[in-house]
Design a protein around this ligand. Structure first.
Ligand code: ATP
Ligand code: MG
Length: 145
């Protein structure tokens, strides 16, 4: 535990063709990709994924947005992955994101903020299992984790 995070390139960023540039930032940032897929969530999938936010006022809008088109999900590995990835992506609202961060570079607005990043080690494991089976995750030797 403690060395993975789950990311999604959100629908607007996929549609705008930013996936490759975002993956470049991720690998340049020292993260190794354990697993990756393009996937379109149903509304029910998005509601399950964001269940922790179900009392927030933006829950309906967020789950509609996240199921509006394909996303690219990936499990990223690095020491202190959760914390370091949140630093690489920048603040939730791109207006507050630092220069050079993924959200500063590729976000459209606070909702379509380019990427998701897990907020804890525990949620990283839950979110990784949401998208990937163990047979779809690979260690640095190329073997199933
Ligand atoms: P993420 O979980 O996607 O990595 P985050 O942890 O920075 O983002 P959260 O507070 O978990 O932010 O919110 C989840 C997502 O909900 C945000 O990434 C954004 O897409 C959306 N969101 C958050 N706050 C708002 C808001 N005030 N209005 C609209 N959408 C919002
Ligand atoms: Mg979050």
């Amino acid at each position: 535990m403690g060395n993975i995070t789950l990311t999604m390139v959100k629908p607007t960023a996929v549609e705008k063709g930013y996936t490759g540039k975002i993956l470049e930032k991720i690998t340049a940032g020292g993260f190794r990709i354990q697993a990756m897929k393009m996937f379109r969530m149903s509304k029910a999938d998005a509601e399950k994924f964001y269940e922790v936010h179900k009392e927030r006022p933006f829950y309906g809008e967020l789950t509609a947005f996240m199921s509006s088109g394909p996303i690219v999900a990936a499990v990223l590995e690095k020491e202190n992955a959760v914390k370091d990835y949140r630093k690489l992506i920048g603040a939730t609202n791109p207006k507050d994101a630092e220069e050079g961060t993924i959200r500063k570079l590729y976000a459209t607005d606070i909702q379509a903020n380019a990427v998701h990043g897990s907020d804890s080690d525990e949620n990283a494991e839950i979110e990784a299992s949401f998208f990937f089976s163990k047979r779809e995750r690979f260690n640095k030797d190329g073997n199933i984790i």
